[in-house]
Design a protein around this ligand. Sequence first.
Ligand code: ASP
Length: 411
Amino acid sequence: MQSTKLTTRILIGLIAGIVVGLLLGSNPGIANNYIKPFGTLFLRMIRMIIVPLVLASLVVGAASMGDVKKLGRIGGKTIAYYLITTAIAVIIGLILGNLIDPGVGLSIPPGTTVEAAKAPNVVDTLLNIIPDNPLNALVAGNMLQIIAFALFLGVGVTLVGDKGKPFLSFFDSMAEVMYKITAVVMSYAPIGVFALITPVVAVNGPSVLLPLAKVIIAVYLGCFLHAALVYSSLVKAFAKMNPLTFFKGALPATTVAFSTCSSAGTLPVTIKSTRDNLGVSESISSFVLPLGATVNMDGTALYQGVCALFVAQLYGLELTLAQQLTIVLTATLASIGTAGVPGAGFIMLTMVLTSVGLPLEGSALIAGIDRVLDMARTSINVTGDISAAVVIAATEKELNVPRETDRAVTA
Ligand code: ASP
Protein backbone atom coordinates (compact mmCIF):
# COMPACT_ATOMS: atom_id res chain seq x y z
CA MET A 1 0.00 0.00 0.00
CA GLN A 2 2.41 2.57 1.32
CA SER A 3 5.12 1.76 -1.22
CA THR A 4 2.61 2.23 -4.04
CA LYS A 5 1.83 5.66 -2.69
CA LEU A 6 5.50 6.58 -2.61
CA THR A 7 5.99 5.29 -6.16
CA THR A 8 3.05 7.38 -7.33
CA ARG A 9 4.44 10.45 -5.58
CA ILE A 10 7.84 9.94 -7.21
CA LEU A 11 6.17 9.63 -10.64
CA ILE A 12 4.20 12.81 -10.01
CA GLY A 13 7.48 14.53 -9.05
CA LEU A 14 9.04 13.34 -12.31
CA ILE A 15 6.17 14.51 -14.51
CA ALA A 16 5.90 17.83 -12.67
CA GLY A 17 9.66 18.28 -13.16
CA ILE A 18 9.34 17.75 -16.92
CA VAL A 19 6.43 20.22 -17.17
CA VAL A 20 8.11 22.90 -15.04
CA GLY A 21 11.37 22.36 -16.95
CA LEU A 22 9.59 22.98 -20.27
CA LEU A 23 7.94 26.10 -18.85
CA LEU A 24 11.26 27.44 -17.59
CA GLY A 25 12.99 26.59 -20.87
CA SER A 26 13.56 30.22 -21.79
CA ASN A 27 14.99 30.93 -18.37
CA PRO A 28 17.08 27.95 -17.26
CA GLY A 29 18.90 30.13 -14.70
CA ILE A 30 15.95 29.88 -12.31
CA ALA A 31 15.94 26.09 -12.57
CA ASN A 32 19.70 25.87 -12.08
CA ASN A 33 19.99 28.34 -9.21
CA TYR A 34 16.86 27.75 -7.21
CA ILE A 35 15.56 24.27 -7.98
CA LYS A 36 18.67 22.18 -8.69
CA PRO A 37 20.11 22.45 -5.11
CA PHE A 38 17.11 20.50 -3.78
CA GLY A 39 17.97 17.72 -6.23
CA THR A 40 21.64 17.82 -5.30
CA LEU A 41 20.61 17.47 -1.65
CA PHE A 42 18.71 14.29 -2.49
CA LEU A 43 21.61 12.89 -4.47
CA ARG A 44 24.08 13.58 -1.67
CA MET A 45 21.83 11.93 0.89
CA ILE A 46 21.62 8.72 -1.13
CA ARG A 47 25.33 8.73 -1.94
CA MET A 48 26.08 9.13 1.75
CA ILE A 49 24.57 5.70 2.42
CA ILE A 50 26.24 3.71 -0.38
CA VAL A 51 29.58 2.66 1.13
CA PRO A 52 28.39 1.64 4.60
CA LEU A 53 25.28 -0.04 3.17
CA VAL A 54 27.16 -2.09 0.59
CA LEU A 55 29.90 -3.10 3.01
CA ALA A 56 27.59 -4.10 5.83
CA SER A 57 24.95 -5.86 3.79
CA LEU A 58 27.47 -7.74 1.70
CA VAL A 59 29.38 -9.01 4.75
CA VAL A 60 26.09 -10.26 6.17
CA GLY A 61 24.99 -11.59 2.78
CA ALA A 62 28.22 -13.50 2.17
CA ALA A 63 28.25 -14.87 5.72
CA SER A 64 24.62 -15.97 5.43
CA MET A 65 25.38 -18.01 2.30
CA GLY A 66 27.11 -20.40 4.65
CA ASP A 67 29.55 -21.88 2.17
CA VAL A 68 32.04 -20.74 -0.40
CA LYS A 69 30.70 -23.10 -3.07
CA LYS A 70 27.34 -21.35 -3.06
CA LEU A 71 29.07 -18.00 -3.37
CA GLY A 72 30.96 -19.25 -6.42
CA ARG A 73 27.80 -20.64 -7.99
CA ILE A 74 25.88 -17.39 -7.54
CA GLY A 75 28.89 -15.42 -8.80
CA GLY A 76 29.03 -17.56 -11.96
CA LYS A 77 25.31 -17.17 -12.66
CA THR A 78 25.44 -13.43 -12.08
CA ILE A 79 28.32 -12.87 -14.47
CA ALA A 80 26.77 -15.09 -17.16
CA TYR A 81 23.44 -13.24 -16.85
CA TYR A 82 25.13 -9.86 -17.07
CA LEU A 83 27.25 -10.72 -20.12
CA ILE A 84 24.44 -12.34 -22.11
CA THR A 85 21.86 -9.61 -21.51
CA THR A 86 24.41 -6.92 -22.32
CA ALA A 87 25.34 -8.55 -25.63
CA ILE A 88 21.62 -8.79 -26.53
CA ALA A 89 21.28 -5.08 -25.72
CA VAL A 90 24.04 -4.11 -28.19
CA ILE A 91 22.43 -6.25 -30.86
CA ILE A 92 19.08 -4.49 -30.33
CA GLY A 93 20.93 -1.15 -30.56
CA LEU A 94 22.59 -2.17 -33.84
CA ILE A 95 19.32 -3.42 -35.35
CA LEU A 96 17.56 -0.16 -34.52
CA GLY A 97 20.52 1.85 -35.80
CA ASN A 98 20.25 -0.02 -39.11
CA LEU A 99 16.50 0.46 -39.30
CA ILE A 100 16.14 4.06 -38.13
CA ASP A 101 19.28 5.46 -39.83
CA PRO A 102 19.81 8.20 -37.20
CA GLY A 103 22.88 9.72 -38.87
CA VAL A 104 21.67 9.92 -42.46
CA GLY A 105 21.37 13.51 -43.71
CA LEU A 106 23.40 15.13 -40.91
CA SER A 107 26.93 16.51 -40.98
CA ILE A 108 29.37 17.35 -38.23
CA PRO A 109 30.36 20.94 -37.42
CA PRO A 110 33.83 21.71 -38.84
CA GLY A 111 36.81 21.85 -36.48
CA THR A 112 35.52 19.46 -33.81
CA THR A 113 38.00 17.16 -32.13
CA VAL A 114 37.43 14.41 -29.59
CA GLU A 115 40.03 12.38 -27.69
CA ALA A 116 39.78 8.58 -27.54
CA ALA A 117 39.54 6.83 -24.18
CA LYS A 118 42.30 4.27 -23.77
CA ALA A 119 41.28 0.63 -23.60
CA PRO A 120 42.13 -0.53 -20.07
CA ASN A 121 44.77 -3.21 -19.47
CA VAL A 122 42.83 -6.38 -18.63
CA VAL A 123 45.36 -7.91 -16.22
CA ASP A 124 45.72 -4.70 -14.20
CA THR A 125 41.95 -4.22 -14.12
CA LEU A 126 41.46 -7.72 -12.73
CA LEU A 127 44.28 -7.40 -10.19
CA ASN A 128 42.91 -4.07 -9.10
CA ILE A 129 39.72 -5.74 -7.83
CA ILE A 130 41.70 -6.82 -4.73
CA PRO A 131 42.41 -3.72 -2.65
CA ASP A 132 45.89 -3.47 -1.17
CA ASN A 133 44.38 -1.30 1.52
CA PRO A 134 40.68 -1.90 2.19
CA LEU A 135 40.31 1.33 4.13
CA ASN A 136 41.51 3.27 1.10
CA ALA A 137 38.95 1.42 -0.99
CA LEU A 138 36.21 2.45 1.43
CA VAL A 139 37.33 6.06 1.54
CA ALA A 140 37.59 6.27 -2.26
CA GLY A 141 34.27 4.44 -2.70
CA ASN A 142 35.88 1.92 -5.08
CA MET A 143 32.92 -0.41 -5.44
CA LEU A 144 34.61 -3.52 -6.88
CA GLN A 145 37.30 -3.39 -4.18
CA ILE A 146 34.67 -2.94 -1.47
CA ILE A 147 32.75 -5.93 -2.83
CA ALA A 148 35.92 -8.07 -2.82
CA PHE A 149 36.83 -7.06 0.73
CA ALA A 150 33.30 -7.62 2.02
CA LEU A 151 33.21 -11.08 0.44
CA PHE A 152 36.47 -11.99 2.17
CA LEU A 153 35.10 -10.74 5.48
CA GLY A 154 31.91 -12.76 5.00
CA VAL A 155 33.89 -15.92 4.20
CA GLY A 156 36.22 -15.24 7.15
CA VAL A 157 33.26 -14.90 9.52
CA THR A 158 31.82 -18.19 8.29
CA LEU A 159 35.09 -20.02 8.79
CA VAL A 160 35.71 -18.60 12.27
CA GLY A 161 32.36 -19.88 13.61
CA ASP A 162 31.21 -18.81 17.09
CA LYS A 163 33.95 -16.27 17.68
CA GLY A 164 32.91 -14.43 14.51
CA LYS A 165 29.36 -13.88 15.74
CA PRO A 166 29.81 -10.51 17.51
CA PHE A 167 31.56 -9.19 14.40
CA LEU A 168 28.69 -10.38 12.24
CA SER A 169 25.98 -8.95 14.45
CA PHE A 170 27.72 -5.57 14.34
CA PHE A 171 27.50 -5.55 10.54
CA ASP A 172 23.98 -6.94 10.67
CA SER A 173 22.90 -4.08 12.87
CA MET A 174 24.80 -1.55 10.70
CA ALA A 175 23.05 -2.87 7.58
CA GLU A 176 19.63 -2.49 9.23
CA VAL A 177 20.42 1.08 10.28
CA MET A 178 21.60 2.03 6.79
CA TYR A 179 18.53 0.43 5.35
CA LYS A 180 16.30 2.47 7.64
CA ILE A 181 18.16 5.66 6.67
CA THR A 182 17.46 4.78 3.01
CA ALA A 183 13.74 4.61 3.85
CA VAL A 184 13.90 8.02 5.52
CA VAL A 185 15.78 9.56 2.58
CA MET A 186 13.29 8.03 0.14
CA SER A 187 10.43 9.97 1.68
CA TYR A 188 12.13 13.04 0.16
CA ALA A 189 12.46 11.32 -3.26
CA PRO A 190 9.44 12.97 -4.95
CA ILE A 191 10.91 16.44 -4.33
CA GLY A 192 14.42 15.22 -5.11
CA VAL A 193 13.40 13.72 -8.45
CA PHE A 194 11.41 16.85 -9.33
CA ALA A 195 14.38 19.11 -8.57
CA LEU A 196 16.83 16.95 -10.49
CA ILE A 197 14.76 16.71 -13.64
CA THR A 198 13.57 20.34 -13.93
CA PRO A 199 16.98 21.88 -14.78
CA VAL A 200 17.78 19.07 -17.23
CA VAL A 201 14.58 19.66 -19.19
CA ALA A 202 14.98 23.45 -18.98
CA VAL A 203 18.52 23.33 -20.39
CA ASN A 204 17.91 20.59 -22.99
CA GLY A 205 14.79 22.15 -24.50
CA PRO A 206 13.19 20.98 -27.75
CA SER A 207 15.51 23.16 -29.85
CA VAL A 208 18.54 21.21 -28.66
CA LEU A 209 16.87 17.85 -29.11
CA LEU A 210 14.95 18.08 -32.37
CA PRO A 211 17.81 17.87 -34.89
CA LEU A 212 18.91 14.61 -33.32
CA ALA A 213 15.43 13.26 -32.72
CA LYS A 214 16.18 10.01 -34.57
CA VAL A 215 19.09 9.12 -32.26
CA ILE A 216 16.91 9.83 -29.25
CA ILE A 217 14.07 7.75 -30.67
CA ALA A 218 16.41 4.86 -31.47
CA VAL A 219 17.93 4.82 -27.95
CA TYR A 220 14.61 5.21 -26.12
CA LEU A 221 12.85 2.67 -28.32
CA GLY A 222 15.77 0.25 -27.91
CA CYS A 223 15.68 0.61 -24.13
CA PHE A 224 11.94 0.08 -24.12
CA LEU A 225 12.21 -3.04 -26.32
CA HIS A 226 15.07 -4.47 -24.28
CA ALA A 227 12.99 -4.14 -21.11
CA ALA A 228 9.75 -5.32 -22.70
CA LEU A 229 11.28 -8.31 -24.48
CA VAL A 230 14.33 -9.43 -22.53
CA TYR A 231 13.60 -8.58 -18.88
CA SER A 232 9.92 -9.42 -19.16
CA SER A 233 10.59 -12.88 -20.56
CA LEU A 234 13.39 -13.62 -18.11
CA VAL A 235 11.45 -12.73 -14.97
CA LYS A 236 8.43 -14.54 -16.34
CA ALA A 237 10.38 -17.67 -17.29
CA PHE A 238 12.62 -18.01 -14.24
CA ALA A 239 10.68 -16.32 -11.44
CA LYS A 240 7.12 -16.83 -12.75
CA MET A 241 6.66 -13.16 -12.03
CA ASN A 242 4.19 -11.02 -13.91
CA PRO A 243 6.36 -8.49 -15.82
CA LEU A 244 4.08 -5.66 -14.72
CA THR A 245 4.64 -6.58 -11.07
CA PHE A 246 8.34 -6.55 -11.82
CA PHE A 247 8.41 -3.12 -13.48
CA LYS A 248 6.13 -1.64 -10.84
CA GLY A 249 8.32 -2.96 -8.05
CA ALA A 250 11.43 -1.62 -9.77
CA LEU A 251 9.86 1.78 -10.48
CA PRO A 252 11.25 3.78 -7.52
CA ALA A 253 14.78 2.76 -8.60
CA THR A 254 14.05 3.34 -12.30
CA THR A 255 12.76 6.87 -11.71
CA VAL A 256 15.66 7.78 -9.43
CA ALA A 257 18.05 6.39 -12.08
CA PHE A 258 16.28 8.40 -14.78
CA SER A 259 16.65 11.63 -12.85
CA THR A 260 20.15 11.11 -11.40
CA CYS A 261 21.81 9.39 -14.40
CA SER A 262 23.90 7.35 -12.00
CA SER A 263 23.43 3.67 -11.31
CA ALA A 264 26.03 3.83 -8.54
CA GLY A 265 24.18 6.76 -6.97
CA THR A 266 20.86 4.92 -7.20
CA LEU A 267 22.20 1.78 -5.49
CA PRO A 268 20.57 2.16 -2.04
CA VAL A 269 17.19 2.73 -3.72
CA THR A 270 17.81 -0.22 -6.06
CA ILE A 271 18.55 -2.50 -3.11
CA LYS A 272 15.51 -1.25 -1.22
CA SER A 273 13.07 -1.66 -4.12
CA THR A 274 14.41 -5.11 -4.96
CA ARG A 275 14.04 -6.39 -1.41
CA ASP A 276 10.84 -4.73 -0.29
CA ASN A 277 8.83 -4.68 -3.48
CA LEU A 278 10.09 -7.79 -5.24
CA GLY A 279 10.99 -10.03 -2.33
CA VAL A 280 14.63 -10.83 -3.20
CA SER A 281 16.62 -12.14 -0.22
CA GLU A 282 19.27 -10.02 1.49
CA SER A 283 22.14 -12.33 0.54
CA ILE A 284 21.31 -12.29 -3.20
CA SER A 285 20.43 -8.61 -3.46
CA SER A 286 23.48 -7.44 -1.54
CA PHE A 287 25.77 -9.37 -3.87
CA VAL A 288 24.09 -9.07 -7.28
CA LEU A 289 23.08 -5.39 -7.10
CA PRO A 290 26.34 -3.64 -6.07
CA LEU A 291 28.17 -5.75 -8.66
CA GLY A 292 25.56 -4.86 -11.29
CA ALA A 293 25.71 -1.15 -10.51
CA THR A 294 29.44 -1.33 -11.23
CA VAL A 295 29.72 -3.67 -14.21
CA ASN A 296 26.30 -4.35 -15.76
CA MET A 297 25.23 -1.62 -18.18
CA ASP A 298 22.77 -2.90 -20.77
CA GLY A 299 21.44 0.57 -21.57
CA THR A 300 24.96 1.90 -22.08
CA ALA A 301 25.85 -0.97 -24.41
CA LEU A 302 22.67 -0.48 -26.43
CA TYR A 303 23.39 3.25 -26.71
CA GLN A 304 26.90 2.52 -27.93
CA GLY A 305 25.50 0.26 -30.65
CA VAL A 306 23.11 2.97 -31.85
CA CYS A 307 25.80 5.67 -31.69
CA ALA A 308 28.39 3.64 -33.59
CA LEU A 309 25.94 3.29 -36.48
CA PHE A 310 25.00 6.94 -36.17
CA VAL A 311 28.64 7.99 -36.62
CA ALA A 312 29.16 5.58 -39.52
CA GLN A 313 26.09 7.02 -41.28
CA LEU A 314 27.23 10.56 -40.59
CA TYR A 315 30.34 9.85 -42.65
CA GLY A 316 28.53 7.74 -45.22
CA LEU A 317 30.45 4.61 -44.18
CA GLU A 318 29.01 1.10 -44.39
CA LEU A 319 29.80 -1.18 -41.47
CA THR A 320 30.46 -4.78 -42.44
CA LEU A 321 28.98 -7.66 -40.45
CA ALA A 322 32.43 -8.36 -38.99
CA GLN A 323 32.66 -4.74 -37.86
CA GLN A 324 29.22 -4.92 -36.29
CA LEU A 325 30.25 -8.08 -34.42
CA THR A 326 33.34 -6.25 -33.21
CA ILE A 327 31.00 -3.58 -31.89
CA VAL A 328 29.00 -6.20 -29.98
CA LEU A 329 32.20 -7.37 -28.33
CA THR A 330 33.75 -3.99 -27.58
CA ALA A 331 30.50 -2.39 -26.46
CA THR A 332 29.89 -5.29 -24.06
CA LEU A 333 33.39 -4.90 -22.65
CA ALA A 334 33.25 -1.10 -22.68
CA SER A 335 30.00 -1.13 -20.74
CA ILE A 336 31.63 -3.31 -18.06
CA GLY A 337 34.36 -0.70 -17.73
CA THR A 338 31.88 2.17 -17.62
CA ALA A 339 31.51 3.72 -14.19
CA GLY A 340 27.97 4.14 -12.92
CA VAL A 341 28.16 7.92 -12.99
CA PRO A 342 26.63 10.51 -15.35
CA GLY A 343 28.20 10.70 -18.79
CA ALA A 344 30.62 7.79 -18.33
CA GLY A 345 29.11 5.87 -21.24
CA PHE A 346 29.93 8.71 -23.63
CA ILE A 347 33.62 8.52 -22.74
CA MET A 348 33.64 4.77 -23.34
CA LEU A 349 31.87 5.30 -26.67
CA THR A 350 35.11 6.66 -28.07
CA MET A 351 36.72 3.28 -27.35
CA VAL A 352 33.99 1.48 -29.31
CA LEU A 353 34.37 3.88 -32.26
CA THR A 354 38.14 3.37 -32.26
CA SER A 355 37.73 -0.42 -32.34
CA VAL A 356 36.14 -0.27 -35.79
CA GLY A 357 38.10 2.73 -37.06
CA LEU A 358 35.25 5.25 -36.99
CA PRO A 359 36.12 8.96 -36.71
CA LEU A 360 35.79 10.11 -33.11
CA GLU A 361 34.69 13.57 -34.15
CA GLY A 362 31.34 12.07 -35.07
CA SER A 363 30.55 11.66 -31.40
CA ALA A 364 30.70 15.43 -30.89
CA LEU A 365 27.10 15.73 -32.05
CA ILE A 366 26.05 13.16 -29.46
CA ALA A 367 27.73 15.15 -26.69
CA GLY A 368 25.06 17.85 -26.94
CA ILE A 369 22.22 15.46 -26.20
CA ASP A 370 24.08 12.94 -24.10
CA ARG A 371 22.32 13.81 -20.85
CA VAL A 372 18.94 12.95 -22.34
CA LEU A 373 20.26 9.63 -23.66
CA ASP A 374 21.93 8.99 -20.30
CA MET A 375 18.56 9.15 -18.54
CA ALA A 376 17.19 6.27 -20.61
CA ARG A 377 20.32 4.13 -20.51
CA THR A 378 20.83 4.51 -16.75
CA SER A 379 17.20 3.47 -16.13
CA ILE A 380 17.81 0.33 -18.16
CA ASN A 381 21.16 -0.30 -16.50
CA VAL A 382 19.44 -0.35 -13.12
CA THR A 383 16.40 -2.34 -14.29
CA GLY A 384 18.80 -4.94 -15.72
CA ASP A 385 20.51 -5.30 -12.33
CA ILE A 386 17.15 -5.77 -10.62
CA SER A 387 16.05 -8.38 -13.16
CA ALA A 388 19.26 -10.31 -12.49
CA ALA A 389 18.59 -10.24 -8.74
CA VAL A 390 15.03 -11.51 -9.26
CA VAL A 391 16.06 -14.28 -11.67
CA ILE A 392 19.02 -15.47 -9.60
CA ALA A 393 17.01 -15.35 -6.38
CA ALA A 394 14.34 -17.47 -8.05
CA THR A 395 16.85 -20.09 -9.18
CA GLU A 396 18.26 -20.21 -5.64
CA LYS A 397 14.75 -20.36 -4.10
CA GLU A 398 15.38 -17.06 -2.36
CA LEU A 399 12.51 -15.08 -3.79
CA ASN A 400 9.90 -14.42 -1.13
CA VAL A 401 6.52 -12.78 -1.15
CA PRO A 402 7.11 -9.23 0.18
CA ARG A 403 6.44 -8.83 3.88
CA GLU A 404 3.80 -6.29 4.89
CA THR A 405 6.04 -4.83 7.62
CA ASP A 406 8.78 -4.15 5.09
CA ARG A 407 6.41 -2.44 2.76
CA ALA A 408 5.23 -0.09 5.48
CA VAL A 409 8.84 1.05 5.92
CA THR A 410 9.06 2.26 2.32
CA ALA A 411 6.88 5.32 2.86
N1 ASP B 1 25.19 7.04 -16.41
C1 ASP B 1 25.28 5.62 -16.61
C2 ASP B 1 25.06 4.90 -15.31
O1 ASP B 1 25.37 5.39 -14.27
C3 ASP B 1 26.57 5.22 -17.23
C4 ASP B 1 26.64 5.80 -18.60
O2 ASP B 1 26.98 6.97 -18.74
O3 ASP B 1 26.33 5.10 -19.56
O4 ASP B 1 24.56 3.80 -15.31
